[in-house]
Design a protein around this ligand. Structure first.
Ligand code: ARG
Length: 567
């Protein structure tokens, strides 16, 4: 039996059309127009333009459809209404079988079987010594979701973090560090902001004294040539930085399978790639002595005149290296929209190198976040944002102290709530849109917030824990016939379909929106359907709430939230 209704019905329907031998494109066209509606009297409607119906099959035979669907025991009967170019097909569901099917085969419990395919999701990828900005936060949040989603759909997922640790900015940082001369302690405790301060200081100083820029370039050249002094400073900066980043990722609950570095692909490490570019005839030298590659009629530099590599060159080498090492079937790059041209160029060059897997690369782009700053000011580091969210949660609790956990004591819970607020505020927006972040609305317990998701999850958990009844093992759908119960079953039944849409569009907002609708249905059901003193009915209701909690838990986890049991 099919696990969600929409799939069940549309699959069966398509099978019937296929038996009538319409062309594949007809079927695809029809499938994309399938738009199921539901109503509480267990009727679901499918509205199809009449011409596409007749184009699909001349012998759409209602009786065939009826018999075939009835054989699955979920649909009692089918009725058809034609009006204004549309045909509405209604499926009258078998209440009991439908409810039992949805609750006993809860799709949220079953990840999809392995597809035997490997996907690399490269995300977060901040730069050392440059500020880790909101683009990196979005990359981290969305990338983690994309990785989770692929895991759910049976892919083997490798989470890559590709850190920017190469380029002239390193020279600048070192110049700045000489001017600022921070203590070792300062550097080890706040590496990101210390290095960033050094970077700013050097830039400001270089405006007055341009000779400092030459110093910076020299330092970077020293790095390229492997001069020990500079190399060991650079290594130290990296070590401290990665240690701080790891703490931030652990607060976010994110683990990477691989940290890779731009410096892994510096000129002397990728001689074979440069040869490949050269021998394939793609590379030429321009007037300024730079090596360039022709991409769709435009000259794109890949080597500076001094032979040092560029961001693009390193990405070419990294992609080839990853394909050789990991044989991925698909690779995603998470980076903001401003980098789209870069990725187009990258994919183009790989294609021109006749690498067939270049077709399987995708830039997952996203818009900007405005308005995310802390009380300290505009330049924000990820950690400061998380600290701010954490503090806000504690403040909020002081203002309305009707919660079960003292956040001042339970810092982990305060942290999880803060992270949930930020993650959900991001994922509710369509990926490609810019949005304005607002602390007040993000931390609220009402509205479409991470805090509300957590709160609803905690309520369901405590309903279960505080009830003297046990949740029913065997479903008795006739005891779940109230509108609030039926609506909740319908919401649960949408889970799988929503995930598929999120997956097809790589769009977390679809899943987020769904979870808030689910919370509404849960909320209404909790008001209407009492559990205590309701005997057998109470046990059935507990079962319904438990299945809803499992869906909510799964959805939150996929978004990257850690569901709390108490707050
Ligand atoms: N480090 C880059 C930045 O902060 C993002 C890296 C994106 N990934 C890549 N393979 N180029 O802008």
């Amino acid at each position: 039996m099919a696990s969600t209704l929409k799939h069940h019905v549309s699959r069966r329907l398509l099978e019937l059309f296929v038996q009538g031998r319409p062309s594949t494109s007809d079927v695809v066209k029809l499938a994309s127009k399938v738009n199921l509606r539901k109503s509480a009297d267990f009727k679901i409607g499918l509205s199809v333009p009449t011409d596409s119906l007749s184009a699909c099959s001349n012998n759409f035979n209602l009786e065939n459809v009826q018999n075939s669907l009835k054989a699955d025991n979920i649909v009692n009967s089918v009725s058809v209404i034609k009006h204004q170019g549309k045909t509405d097909i209604f499926f009258h569901l078998h209440h009991e079988n439908f409810v039992r099917e949805i609750l006993e085969n809860n799709a949220a419990k079953k990840p999809l079987p392995s597809r035997g395919k490997r996907v690399i999701v490269e995300f977060s990828s901040p730069n050392i010594a440059k500020p880790i900005h909101m683009g990196h936060l979005r990359s981290t949040i969305i990338g983690n979701f994309i990785a989770n989603l692929h895991e759910w759909f049976g892919y083997e997922v490798l989470r890559f973090n590709y850190l920017g640790d190469w380029g002239t900015q390193f020279g600048l940082v070192k110049v700045g560090m000489k001017i600022l001369n921070p203590s070792q302690e300062e550097l080890s405790q706040k590496p990101l902001s210390t290095l960033y301060q050094a970077y700013i200081t050097a830039n400001a100083a270089a405006e007055k004294d341009p000779a400092l820029l030459d110093d910076a370039r020299k330092i970077f050249m020293n790095l390229e040539c492997g001069k020990q002094d500079d190399i060991s400073d650079w290594k130290l900066y990296k070590e401290y930085t990665i240690a701080e980043l790891m703490k931030t990722y652990s607060r976010l609950g994110i683990v990477f399978d691989k940290y890779s570095w731009e410096s892994d692909y510096k000129a002397d490490s990728i001689v074979h790639i440069l040869k490949l570019l050269d021998s394939s005839g793609l590379m030429a030298t321009d007037k300024e002595g730079r090596s360039i590659v022709n991409v769709a009629g435009k000259e794109v530099p890949v080597l500076k005149s001094d032979g040092s590599t560029l961001y693009l060159t390193r990405d070419i080498a990294a992609a080839i290296d990853r394909q050789e090492k990991y044989r991925f079937d698909m690779m995603y790059y998470l980076a903001d929209t401003s980098q789209h041209r870069h990725f187009i160029n990258l994919f183009h060059i790989l294609k021109d190198l006749n690498l067939p897997w270049s077709e399987n690369l995708k830039h997952i782009r996203f818009g900007r976040v405005r308005g995310m700053s802390t009380r300290q000011g505009q330049v924000v580091f990820l950690n400061d944002i998380l600290n701010e969210a954490h503090q806000l949660m504690i403040k909020q609790q002081k203002e309305s102290p009707n919660t079960k956990v003292d956040l001042l004591e339970d810092l982990t819970t305060a942290d999880i709530l803060g992270v949930s607020a930020i993650v959900a505020a991001d994922l509710i927006h369509k990926r490609q849109k810019d949005y304005t972040f607002n602390w007040e609305s993000a931390r609220s317990i009402t509205g479409n917030t991470g805090v509300r998701l957590q709160y609803t999850h905690c309520r369901l958990k405590s309903l279960h824990e505080n009830s003297p009844l046990a949740s029913a093992h065997i479903c008795e759908p006739l005891l779940l016939s109230e509108t609030a119960a039926v609506n909740l079953v319908f919401e649960i039944s949408r889970f799988e379909e929503v995930l598929e849409r999120s997956f097809d569009e790589l769009e977390a907002s679809k899943l987020s929106e769904y979870l808030f609708t689910l919370c509404d249905a849960i909320n209404k059901a909790m008001i209407a359907l009492h559990v205590s003193n309701a005997g057998k009915v109470g046990e059935q209701r507990l079962r319904l709430f438990e299945e809803a909690r499992i869906v909510l838990h799964r959805g939150m986890t996929l978004l990257g939230l850690s569901p709390l049991n108490r707050m």
